[in-house]
Design a protein around this ligand. Structure first.
Ligand code: PYC
Length: 311
């Protein structure tokens, strides 16, 4: 079995997109197709992103036919431990990939995801702006008791995934503190689970985002984002930046159309802004992605690690 993929990175965060040889998930909407992927083809997810072919940091994506005839494509994102609702850096990577393959022209495209349609505009200079799903803050200044760190406060917000967003960290947000930042944010996630803090409808908060001062002139903030499988986001996290923008807007700290520059732990930057319509806050996130490989993954049943280590 061969699966053709295109690899890219967006601000340092990798995306591996299946463009051929992926599973047939039927003709339901993207949420139904994701469920089919999860229940019937999960070993393909693992084979594509996990070692020995991938790594914990790899985000995978399955390019699907559009469900809505007005859309250009559909996409399902996944990672080392499961499935994402939406992915901002991955959507930017998807557009760069489709452009590399000559499948889209500069302009605005509609993409179906399991949590609704997004827009993606490819600019003549190669940057991409994602018009994300409506984002909002569910709860402000929630306190949890974090083992080894005491009371930690943060906001719970939706940006296409669920986030707990907290200002400050016990160590500076720099690459030489990755271990401590991973430990700290993992403990926050444990506390959230222990104390029953959830997103809307009891949904799991699987991303933790902490903030500190930026290091670059012109940036507003720097972040560290812990992803569900314990990898950290090398990019500023498109859905995480969306959640941040929703919180800033709710606090009156960001006006419609004003630009927020979110720096990541590796120094890459997304520009974000919000538009408000019918009472909904829609974030727009701009970044760049670079295609860095086109490959055929070979899945040989005789290989003991064919489906990924641990699967
Ligand atoms: O950019 O939204 C994002 C994202 C989610 C997980 C990793 N990146």
């Amino acid at each position: 079995m061969k699966i053709r993929v295109v690899d890219s990175h967006t601000g340092g965060e990798p995306t591996r997109i299946i463009i051929d040889g992926g599973p047939d998930l039927g003709s339901g909407d993207l949420a139904a197709q994701r469920e089919c992927f999860r229940t019937r083809f999960d070993r393909i997810r693992s084979a594509v992103v996990n070692e020995p072919r991938g790594s914990d940091a790899m985000v995978g994506a399955l390019l699907c036919p559009p469900h809505d005839p007005a859309s250009s494509a559909g996409v399902i994102f996944f990672n080392n431990v499961g499935y994402l609702n939406m992915c901002g850096h991955g959507s930017i990577g998807l557009i760069a990939t489709l452009a590399y393959l000559g499948r889209i022209e500069p302009g605005t495209h509609r993409i179906d995801t399991p949590v609704g349609a997004i827009s993606a505009e490819m600019h003549p200079n190669g940057t991409v702006t994602i018009g994300n799903v409506a984002s909002y803050r569910l709860a402000k200044n929630v306190a949890v008791t974090v083992e080894g760190y005491g009371r930690v406060h943060g906001d719970v917000a939706w940006g296409g995934n669920w986030f707990f967003l907290s200002e400050g960290a016990p160590v500076p947000l720099t690459l030489d503190h990755l271990e401590q930042l991973t430990e700290y944010t993992s403990r926050i996630r444990e506390a959230i689970v222990r104390e029953g803090v959830t997103g809307a409808g009891g949904e799991e908060i699987d991303h933790i985002e902490v903030f500190g001062p930026p290091q670059q002139a012109g940036a507003n903030s720097r972040n560290f984002v812990l992803c569900p499988g314990k990898a950290y986001d090398r990019s500023p996290c498109g859905t995480g930046t969306s959640a941040k923008l929703a919180c800033l807007f709710a606090d009156g700290k960001l006006k419609e159309g004003e630009v927020w520059r979110q720096e990541s732990i590796v120094g890459s930057v997304f520009e974000g802004t919000v538009k408000v319509s019918n009472g909904e806050v829609r974030p727009f996130i701009t970044g760049s992605a670079y295609v860095n490989a086109v490959a055929d993954l070979i899945l040989n049943e005789a290989d003991p690690f064919c489906w990924g280590i641990g699967h």
